[in-house]
Design a protein around this ligand. Structure first.
Ligand SMILES: *[C@@H]1O[C@H](CO)[C@@H](O)[C@H](O)[C@H]1NC(C)=O
Ligand SMILES: *[C@@H]1O[C@H](CO)[C@@H](O)[C@H](O)[C@H]1NC(C)=O
Ligand SMILES: *[C@@H]1O[C@H](CO)[C@@H](O)[C@H](O)[C@H]1NC(C)=O
Ligand SMILES: *[C@@H]1O[C@H](CO)[C@@H](O)[C@H](O)[C@H]1NC(C)=O
Ligand SMILES: *[C@@H]1O[C@H](CO)[C@@H](O)[C@H](O)[C@H]1NC(C)=O
Ligand SMILES: *[C@@H]1O[C@H](CO)[C@@H](O)[C@H](O)[C@H]1NC(C)=O
Ligand SMILES: *[C@@H]1O[C@H](CO)[C@@H](O)[C@H](O)[C@H]1NC(C)=O
Ligand SMILES: *[C@@H]1O[C@H](CO)[C@@H](O)[C@H](O)[C@H]1NC(C)=O
Ligand SMILES: *[C@@H]1O[C@H](CO)[C@@H](O)[C@H](O)[C@H]1NC(C)=O
Ligand SMILES: CC(=O)N[C@H]1CO[C@H](CO)[C@@H](O)[C@@H]1O
Length: 820
């Protein structure tokens, strides 16, 4: 406005006689244009100079051209804001000067506004939209408006000295704003800007970016095999989402199957069935959707599986599974095909079915079939199930063949199964008779314990093992034998030489008796043999041997050998034997009796009488004395020898001694006479009836003495040498006369000595009778006086005569013992 005023003031200054023209006087130049200020003088006859000057405090810019002297051009090429000025054109015409002003205003508004920030707007966020108007001059005259349609959204104005006018507008878009136009209108209100230049506007569309949304996917499809299938999937989003189709693969992971919104399959196969995932994605995010495709087809992939798959053994738990992929679902039949005949085992409307056969048997082997049926067809799968039997082996111990067991003993039969995980054992006996044993089974081993074994246990034993359908049996025969004792030899009686005896050999409790052989052996010579006969029970066997022993048999050993021979049952025969030594018996013999030191002895000596015999059996030995027909046992012994000792023999010990040996078979006697000698002693003389007798009477003189051998007795009248001899000591003097009166001497004599007695006989005279002569009355009495003892004789008066004794003695000749 101020410029305008200045131009108006200058006008009158220019008016002179010559005419100065300055065109244009008032101008608004557009930056960049070529503009010319033309200053010309006319009507000047003088020299003319035209100069240009700046009235403002800045240099004059522009190029001055002077096409002629009267004309000067101030060329702005191009116009720039520096050209804005108050320019004076001074013209001198001679001395005259005139000048003219021109106001040069400049504006710049060359370009359309530029909208920034619209192309990548984020949904729902305050996006800054920028509208830039560049190279604006003078910028403060520029007004920037944001418009949508006719609706002004925002207004900004330029600021001085900032040639680029920028307007920022925060815009929070909605999805509807996407694609909407937004206009930035710049209006240059600087005066002088031509109308058509005043307004510039730019319209841009809003590009609102957002993650995929509103995904639209095809509905689940049910397609028949062979048909075509089209799946679509689309989502809104800016930028436009990219679509990726994926399918759940067999391994579970996703497999990309298409990268288009449309997934087309020309010929659907079963493999196309499944779940499809569509992912729509743009830089801001992703969105997925899934769709199921069901392919209807005849059952497929029908399979039949067997578990365990291989080496199926009896007793295993078998599972047969049947599976099919059948859409639409139909039904599944699991069946067994046997000999052309089919047996349905299981029917299911599922896609899978299975049956369990616990503990399969061989008979379960065969063909199994799985048939899947649906509306579109059927499919069958089959498998051959082969059940193998366990390679059962059975071993029955001990040993092989028939086993012999001793009666009363025990036996353990061990039945071992191999090749079978869980065998079942059965102990049996033929004909199913009951078994008395106790059986115990542990794992693959079963043991039957028998014992104490009796005859009733003799039989065959069968160990039957069942392993699934395999049945194996082993049998073992048991033979019972009994032979517990050694034989015993007995004799029917004593063995007597030359006499027939019976030896008896007894074997107790034998079984089987028919297997027992009894042999009689004399040393090595077989005398007799004998075999038992059949018996169903335990038997006592006796074998007899008739035997006539000879002397030479004495001490020989006779053996009874019993042999239990069970071939094939007993490893070796059982031999038991009894031995008897021949001990011949006989009646006592060589019986002897001896007297030591001799059988004739002196009284007082010591003597031993021994008795000996040889007898079998020993029997009894009796040593006795025989006296006057009467036997007195002195010693009895059961030994073969006995003896008695007399430390001091007496006359009375004389006599016959007898040794009698007695046994069952007889007796034998031996005897010996023992003679004890002693000189006479204890001699007594008796005169009977009296030593004083009447003439004519008889007198008996009895001399008694103790002596052996018997003494000779001599009677002598002392005053007369006549001797009377009496072997028995008795003298009878008959018809005594007084002459006979006198001393008498009795001399008792034997080998060992003598003893004398003197006595008196008085004969009283009788007138009538003449006295008898000596010879008349001495009557020798012959006899043996043995073992005379002092004994008073009854009825006899004994006259003890006072006597002088005279003894004599001599040594007895040594006598030898002699047999009686
Ligand atoms: C998507 O399918 C359409 C129509 O079938 C086709 O024109 C376009 O090229 C396909 N795009 C891609 C990326 O394959
Ligand atoms: C899809 O978006 C989710 C978040 O919404 C992101 O975690 C995932 O990684 C994206 N998947 C792809 C393939 O970009
Ligand atoms: C199903 O059968 C098809 C062909 O019939 C085969 O390609 C596919 O591998 C089978 N799938 C299975 C899981 O056996
Ligand atoms: C079979 O199954 C039964 C019961 O389930 C089991 O006791 C037995 O041990 C199984 N047999 C085998 C061989 O696995
Ligand atoms: C065999 O002899 C013994 C004893 O001598 C007897 O106890 C047993 O009963 C006998 N046996 C038979 C079968 O005769
Ligand atoms: C026993 O007597 C017998 C005759 O009977 C005779 O042969 C034998 O030698 C005698 N033995 C003895 C030891 O005296
Ligand atoms: C012999 O006489 C003596 C003494 O006179 C007398 O002790 C003894 O007993 C008599 N002997 C006999 C056998 O009479
Ligand atoms: C002894 O006596 C006897 C008879 O009395 C007579 O005969 C004998 O002569 C006498 N002898 C002497 C030696 O006297
Ligand atoms: C007795 O007789 C013996 C032998 O006949 C004789 O030696 C002895 O002297 C006699 N004695 C007397 C006393 O006569
Ligand atoms: C008296 C008396 O008895 N005298 C006898 C003696 O012995 C003779 C012979 O023996 C007899 O004859 C007398 O009678």
């Amino acid at each position: 406005m101020a410029l305008t005023i200045i131009m108006i003031l200058a006008l009158p200054v220019a008016a002179k006689s010559f005419v100065v023209q300055l065109e244009p006087r008032k101008t608004v130049l557009r930056v960049g244009d070529r503009q010319v200020l033309r200053c010309s003088a006319s009507d000047c006859s003088e020299s003319t100079t035209i100069t240009w000057a700046s009235l403002e405090d800045k240099p004059l810019s522009g190029i001055i051209e002077n096409p002629s002297t009267s004309e000067s051009l101030l060329v702005f090429d191009p116009v720039s804001t520096a050209h804005e000025n108050l320019i004076v054109c001074k013209v001198t015409c001679g001395n005259h000067r005139k000048q003219m002003h021109a106001t040069v205003k400049v504006y710049s508004f060359p370009r359309e506004p530029v909208i920034l920030g619209n192309s990548h707007m984020l949904l729902g966020e305050a996006n800054t939209l920028i509208c830039e108007v560049s190279a604006v001059y003078p910028p403060e005259y520029l007004e920037v408006e944001w418009l949508q349609g006719e609706r002004v959204l925002h207004i900004d104005e330029g600021k001085a000295d900032i040639s680029t006018v920028t307007s920022r507008y925060k815009y929070t878009p909605t999805t509807e704003d996407n694609g909407k136009a937004i206009t930035c209108r710049a209006t240059h209100s600087f005066e002088g800007v031509p109308e058509d230049q005043k307004i510039k506007e730019t319209t841009a569309s809003l590009n609102v970016m957002y993650a995929p949304r509103d995904v639209r996917i095809s509905e689940a499809a049910v397609v028949k095999v062979g048909r075509s299938l089209t799946l679509t999937c689309a989502a809104e989003g800016n930028p436009r989402p990219v679509t990726v189709w994926r399918k759940v693969g067999p391994a579970g992971g996703y497999v990309t199957v298409g990268e288009n919104e449309t997934l087309a399959v020309r010929h659907v196969t079963v493999s196309h069935a499944g779940t499809y995932e569509c992912e729509t994605r743009n830089m801001l995010g992703n969105l997925t959707a899934t769709v199921k495709v069901i392919v209807q087809a005849p059952p497929r992939n029908t399979s039949i599986t067997v578990s365990p798959a291989s080496e199926l053994k009896e007793g295993d738990n078998l599972t047969i599974s049947c599976h099919t992929d059948s859409v639409p679902a139909g039904h599944l039949v699991l069946r067994r095909v046997s000999e052309g005949q089919k047996t349905d085992l299981q029917t299911s409307s599922d896609s899978t079915t299975s049956i369990s056969l616990p503990s399969v048997q061989l008979s379960d082997s065969g063909l199994y079939e799985c048939e899947a049926v649906n509306d579109h067809g059927k499919q069958t799968a089959s498998t051959q199930v082969t059940v193998e039997v366990y390679p059962l082996e059975v071993e029955l111990n001990p040993g092989s063949g028939v086993i012999g067991v001793e009666r009363g003993g025990s036996l353990v039969l061990s039945c071992r199964a191999s090749g079978c995980p869980s065998p079942a054992f059965f102990w049996k006996s033929p004909l199913d008779t009951s078994i008395r044993g106790r059986s115990r089974t542990q794992g693959p081993l079963s043991q039957l314990s028998l014992g104490p074994v009796g005859l009733e246990d003799e039989r065959a034993y069968i160990c039957e093992v069942k392993c699934g359908s395999v049945l194996k049996a082993r049998h073992k025969e048991i033979k019972v034998f009994s032979f517990p004792w050694d034989p015993v030899i007995e004799s029917s009686g004593a063995l007597l030489e030359g006499e027939v005896s019976t030896l008896r050999c007894s074997v107790r409790d034998v079984f089987p008796a028919s297997s027992l052989h009894v042999e009689w052996l004399d040393e090595d010579e077989l005398l007799r043999s004998h075999t038992g006969s059949f018996s169903s029970g335990v038997q006592n066997l006796t074998s007899t041997l008739s035997f006539t022993p000879r002397a030479g048999h004495q001490g020989r050993q006779i053996t009874c050998r019993a042999t239990l021979l069970m071939e094939g049952i007993l490893e070796s025969p059982i031999v038991r034997s009894a031995v008897t030594t021949v001990a011949l018996q006989y009646a006592p013999r060589n019986t002897s009796i001896t007297v030591s030191p001799a059988s004739e002895l002196k009284e007082g000596a010591s003597v031993t009488i021994s008795c000996h015999t040889d007898s079998v059996p020993a029997g009894r030995l009796v040593l006795r004395r025989v006296s006057e027909g009467q036997k007195t046992d002195l010693q009895t012994s059961s030994d073969s020898t006995t003896s008695i000792s007399l430390p001091s023999v007496q006359l009375s010990d004389s006599g016959l001694y007898e040794c009698e040996a007695v046994n069952d078979h007889g007796k034998q006697t031996a005897s010996i006479r023992v003679m004890v000698k002693a000189p006479p002693r204890n001699t007594t003389v008796q005169v009977l009836p009296s030593s004083q007798v009447q003439e004519g009477q008889n007198v008996t003189i009895c001399c008694r003495t103790v002596s052996f051998p018997p003494s000779a007795v001599i009677l002598r009248k002392l005053n007369n040498g006549t001797e009377l001899y009496s072997p028995d000591g008795n003298f009878i003097l008959v018809n005594l006369t007084p002459h006979d009166t006198g001393l008498y001497l009795v001399n008792v004599t034997n080998d060992l000595g003598f003893e004398t007695e003197v006595f008196t006989i008085s004969v009283m005279e009788r007138q009538s009778d003449p006295p008898p002569s000596w010879n008349d009355f001495i009557v020798p009495v012959v006899g043996v006086v043995a073992m005379v003892t002092m004994a008073s004789m009854a009825g006899l008066a004994v006259y003890q005569l006072n006597q002088a004794r005279k003894r004599g003695s001599y040594e007895l000749a040594k006598s030898v013992p002699r047999d009686v």
